[in-house]
Design a protein around this ligand. Sequence first.
Ligand code: BTN
Length: 248
Amino acid sequence: MDFNLLTYQTLDSTNEEAVRLYQKGELTVPTVIIANYQSEGKGYGSNFWESAAGKNLTFSITCFPKFIEPSDQFVLTQITSLSLLEVVSEVIRDKQVTIKWPNDLYVADKKIAGVLIRNFVKSNEIDFSVIGVGLNVNQKIFHSDAPNPTSLFIETGQTFRTEEVLTKILQRFSAYMNNLTNQAQRDSINLQYVKNLYRLEQPNRFKDKEGIFTAKIVGIDEFGQLKLVSDDGCERVYGFKEVEFLQD
Ligand code: BTN
């Protein structure tokens, strides 16, 4: 998959710009929208995504993945997380890089990247997908109340060319996309994704609407929901935001 690149100095949010262009009918080919600075970068829920001007990668991959069934849309989360994981772990070799379900990228216990995906479903197909990625590259100090941010610079002491990092991420993402119709490839994506989950198979405290409990992550179901096995041996399955991971 080849991408058209649209680079802006400043945008409110690359995800918002992607949706505006799509709604005006101005996006017809896979396009990556990049901003040097976002004045209203969106995180999950009502969170703000902090990123100092020119220091990091904030971009949205847009594509028309009509061949992905809406019920399989989690695969987009998986391939984005895996592309980020592969690029970041090539650079950070002395610490564990993992995917905190569903799609945060962690270096040990700190968050280095976040992903925000919005899919537009029409006539039971994914008509359009916006995959927003924020990867902290060269930022040294974070000011927002995000609990545990880190960056490639903080982890390695090196400065990176953001465009080179972006090229690597897009190469990996494209390679995954080009092979998605292949079931063996889908199985391998699932395996890789689960294998690289943050705190997989380790006892951890979680909180759901009933309260706090200890459980282990054992995998995901076919919709990408998190499967936990609690202390009492019960399996529990959660959708996003139905369960909260409590740090020790
Ligand atoms: C999260 O809360 O972890 C998701 C963060 C996603 C941030 C990226 S930055 C590029 C794109 N545009 C946005 O406004 N948000 C996403």
